[in-house]
Design a protein around this ligand. Sequence first.
Ligand code: PGA
Length: 254
Amino acid sequence: MINTSYLYVANWKMNLSVQEELSFAALHYDKLVALAADPSRTIILCPSFLSLHELCIMFAQTPVVIGAQDCSDHYAGPYTGQISAQALHAIGCGAVIIGHLERRIYNCETNKTVVAKMHAALQQGLLPIVCVGESAADAAAGKALTNIDEQLNLILQELAEMPSLPDKSSIAIAYEPASAVGTGKIAESDHIEVVLAHIDNRLKAVSRHFDIKLLYGGSVTAAHTPDLKRISQIQGFLIGNASLNFTELKKIVE
Ligand code: PGA
């Protein structure tokens, strides 16, 4: 992972069939590779689990990184239906999204599970893209930072205690306010700046041992990116809906 590069993470969620994911990748293969060849950016495609292996093979030996949308919090064993970080690493995945809002809501993921998954990913040399963000209720009550701190506390504790990893490992923290994810409504720039400055400040405690990138996610589109790119703390985007349209994705990246 190139430290100075801007990260673009395409989260396809459960929107496409395997056929559609493979067709997207095949149709736009050359352009995706050309976009990712610029060292100022890193492009990570996160398809469904069923397409991961095929996409890892397709994009092997290219700068396009393939990531998963989740991994198990366990190393291996009797965990029906789960997929381990080591299995992801073995097929060539380079990254994994962890603790996405939709998993916290629909799969009851707790801060504890999120941290265990982050640990598993780091141990396999995967880039964990760890999502944090305030709920709509906490945002309305003016408790956004308190809510985010609850999520960050365990993450920071784990990072501080992790046995030293081979290199300075990379981690991405994606700030995704619930009010912006999948709603078409982007968070206010001022609010994003305050929250990211807060997260950045808290992460300083572990930044000597980890390369940390801060991302913004939630209704990112090409129309919003010029303004978002002016926010100095943002070092990349987690892109849902807009990443399903290659023309839109290309505009965001360029
Ligand atoms: P969205 O999704 O861009 O469709 O809001 C972002 C995300 O869920 O990561």
